[in-house]
Design a protein around this ligand. Sequence first.
Ligand code: GDP
Ligand code: MG
Length: 488
Amino acid sequence: MTTSFQDLIEEARLSARALLDYGESLFSPTIRLGVTGLSRAGKTVFITALIHGLTRGGRFPVFEAFATGRIARTYLAPQPDDGVPRFAYESHLQNLIAQRRWPSSTVDISEMRLVIDYQRQNGADRTLTLDIVDYPGEWLLDLPLLGKSYAQWATESLALSRAAPRVHLAQDWHAHLATLVPEAPQDEQATLTAAKLFTDYLRACRDERFAMSLLPPGRFLMPGNLAHSPALTFAPLDVPGDGIAPEGSLWAMMARRYEAYKDIVVRPFFRDHFARLDRQIVLVDALSAFNAGPEALQDLEAALAGILDCFRIGRGTLLSTLFRPRIDRILFAATKADHLHHASHDRLEAVLRRAVSRATARAESTGAAIDVVALAAVRATREATVANGRDKLPSLLGTPAPGETANGEIFDGNTEVATFPGDLPVDAAQLFRTDSFRGLTASAADTSDFRFLRFRPPLLERDGADEPALPHIRLDRALQFLIGDRLQ
Ligand SMILES: Nc1nc2c(ncn2[C@@H]2O[C@H](COP(=O)(O)OP(=O)(O)O)[C@@H](O)[C@H]2O)c(=O)[nH]1
Ligand SMILES: [Mg+2]
C-alpha cells in the first residue's frame, strides 16, 4: 500500500500545478498555509480574524515581525487557483463586526492570498506571499483510507461501532447488517439501505451529545454534489480483513464503490490540495468534547493520531528534494479558549498537548515541527470578579447567543451576563480516564460537569472612523509559530 502513496505523491509533485508553484516560489517566496479542523472547529473565524489583524493593525505583541514594526503593509491579492472558491472574507467580517453574528457555516474548500511587505532583520525589503487554504478536517481524516482496502476499512469501522457509546447509536444499522450475506449476489436496494443506516449512525455520533471526531468517510456527512452517487453508496460489511470478494457479490459491489470513493474524492484532494501545503494549523474544538464527556475526548485523540499519520505521508521521497520541502510545521490549536478563565488556558493547552503527544508516539515521526496552543481567534468574553457573599468568584462576562439556556433561563441575545465556566483540572491526564467527568453522553445537561455557553461576538468600541482591532487570545503566538521564521 505504501507504493500507492508513493505513486500518488510523485504524481502530485509532477503535476503542472506543482511545477507552477515551484516556479512561483523561486520568483517570490510563498507559504501555503492549510487551515483545517472538523466542522464548527472555528476555521472561518480564525481566518477572518487573522486577515483582519494583519491588514488592519491587530494587537499582536508576540508576533515579532509585526510587533517590532518590520511589516510595512499586508494586503489581499488575487488567489492563485482559479477553480477554488474565494474565502468570503468581506462578508464574514461584516457579520462579525457589524452584525455581531458568527459567520455562516461553510463546508467546502476556499482560498485567500495575502501579500506581506516586510523588512528583514538586516534591513533589506522583502515580500512574502501567504496563501491560506481553508478545508474541512473531515477530508483530511479520509486520507488514511488511501492505505486501506475495503475489507480493512470495514473491519475497523465495525470494531469502532461496537464500542460504547457508538454501539447504542449503531443499533439500526447493525440490525440491518445482520441480514446481509456478503457473498450473496449484489443488491442495489440492500446497499442503499445499508448506506443510509450507516450514514444515520455517523450523523448521530457527530451530534453534540456525543461529539465523536473519527467518522470517515467524510463526504457521507457532507456530500455536496456527490449526494446519492454510487461513490457515496456503500457501507461496511462483516467480512474478514484479509478476505477477497467473490465476483458479482454484494461484497464486491461495496468494495468497488469504496475504491470509487477514493478515486473520485480522496485522491484528487490529496493531489490538488493537501500535497501542495507548506504549513498546517489544525483547529480542535476541545470544549465540545468536554461538553460531551471522556469518550468524546478519547475519540478526539484517535482522530488526532489519524491526522498525524497523514502528515507522515508525503515526506522523504526522492522528488521531495527537487521541490520545496512539504509541510514542515504543524500547529494544533484548541479554539474558543475565551470560554474559559485565563487560569485555565494553560490547562486547555496541556490537555491538547497530551492528546497530541500520545498520538505522536503512535504515529511515526512526521519530520515536521509540532506545537500546541490554546487560542481564541475572536474573544467574545471579558473577565471579571463577581462577589458572591464573602467569596470573590472569577467569572466571564459575555452576551450569550439568543436561545442559549442556563439554569432554566433562556437568553435573548442582547443581555450581558456573568458566568462561572468552571475550571479544568490541573492534571490533564485525569480527563482522559473513563468516568473522570460527566458529559452530555452519559447525563442530562444540568448534571454534566462542563457546559459552555455560546456567546455572541464582542461589541467593539469604535475609535473615530477606524475599524477597531478584534480582541483575541494567543492568535499572535499562532502566527509567530506558523510564519514568524519566514519573516526574519
Ligand atoms: N467565543 C468564540 N466562539 C468561536 C470562536 N471561533 C469559533 N467560534 C464558534 O464556533 C462556531 C463555528 O466557527 P466556524 O469558524 O464557522 O467553524 P468552521 O466550521 O470550522 O469554519 C462559530 O459560529 C462560533 O459560535 C472564538 O474564537 N470564540
Ligand atoms: Mg467554515
